[in-house]
Structure formats: structure tokens, C-alpha cells
Design a binder for this molecule. Sequence first.
Ligand SMILES: Nc1ncnc2c1ncn2[C@@H]1O[C@H](COP(=O)(O)OP(=O)(O)OP(=O)(O)O)[C@@H](O)[C@H]1O
Ligand SMILES: [Mg+2]
Length: 156
Amino acid sequence: MTNAVQLEAVSKVYGKGQGAVAALREVSVRIPAGSFTAVMGPSGSGKSTFLHCAAGLDTPSSGSVRLGDTELAGMDETRLTKLRRRRVGFVFQSFNLVPSLNVLENITLPTRLAKARVEREWLDEIVVRVGLTGRVGHRPAQLSGGQQQRVAIARA
Ligand SMILES: Nc1ncnc2c1ncn2[C@@H]1O[C@H](COP(=O)(O)OP(=O)(O)OP(=O)(O)O)[C@@H](O)[C@H]1O
Ligand SMILES: [Mg+2]
């Protein structure tokens, strides 16, 4: 069975000395391709940190992260950026939409950055599926929190 993501002994410590916070301590997990996994835990227990490390958005303090067959440890920022653009869709806890772009522009931004063609029919279908018909010309500030998060889901 192929793994979508595999973490081996991943630790993440924020800060140094007295104020250091260990958000992850030696986390090892395999997530099979095509599976659906929920990560649950109290606020501050490290869920976002785990997801950021698993998606190559943040670098662990130690341990190994593999996306498919690709080991992320030791990759430079340029290669990580390309890998994220091609292989990772991510919905952030706090949206991370571009405020100056409208809904349609936010959804298609990663595709356009990758210089790939935006398929108009697929785009229209995605907009309908996430329930944003009639809102495509709006900027994030003109949307509710739930609508903004659905833009992020469509972008992912
Ligand atoms: N950039 C940072 N600098 C210092 N500490 C951080 C940083 N980011 C997160 N932390 C700390 O790491 C721990 C884990 O945070 P994380 O955001 O992963 O939690 P979470 O499980 O996603 O919480 P929530 O359910 O509230 O979103 C927390 O104690 C938090 O204060
Ligand atoms: Mg979180």
C-alpha cells in the first residue's frame, strides 16, 4: 500500500531555552493514499503544527517527512515551493486568502503560479460544489468566514 504521507519521529520545538514549546514529540504515522484521516485533540495540542510539517509548509526540528516517495528533509526552499504547488492542497485554519484578489482569482492562483491551464468547466463545477455561485467576483473581506473557508477548499 502506498503512503500519501509518512512521518518518522517528527519533533517540532518552537522557541529556545526557558520559553521553548515542544508542539510535537517524536510523532510517527503513515497515512495511506486514498484514505481519510481525522486528527483530533485539545486546542494547542499540535494539530496545526502536525499538518504544517506533514505538508512541507513548516520544517520539523528533527525527524523525517515523506510525501509519497519524496523525502522532504534537506530540500531547499525552491524545491519545497515547487513540490507544494504541484502535490499539496492545503486548507489553512485562518484561510490565507489574498485580500486583493476576488474569489475566482484566489481559487485559480496556485494553478496560474504553476503556469498550468485553468479548465473553465472544472472551475465552474468547483464553484457550484462549494456553493459560491454568485460570489465569484467578491473579495475575501466581502465574504463570511464560512464562505472564505470554502474559497480555500476550492483552491486546495
Ligand atoms: N509560531 C509559534 N511560536 C511559538 N509557539 C507556537 C507557534 N505555533 C504554535 N505554537 C505553540 O505550539 C503548540 C501547538 O500549536 P498548534 O497551533 O499546532 O495547536 P492546535 O492543536 O492546532 O490548536 P487549535 O485547536 O487551537 O488550532 C501550542 O502550545 C502553541 O502555543
Ligand atoms: Mg490549529
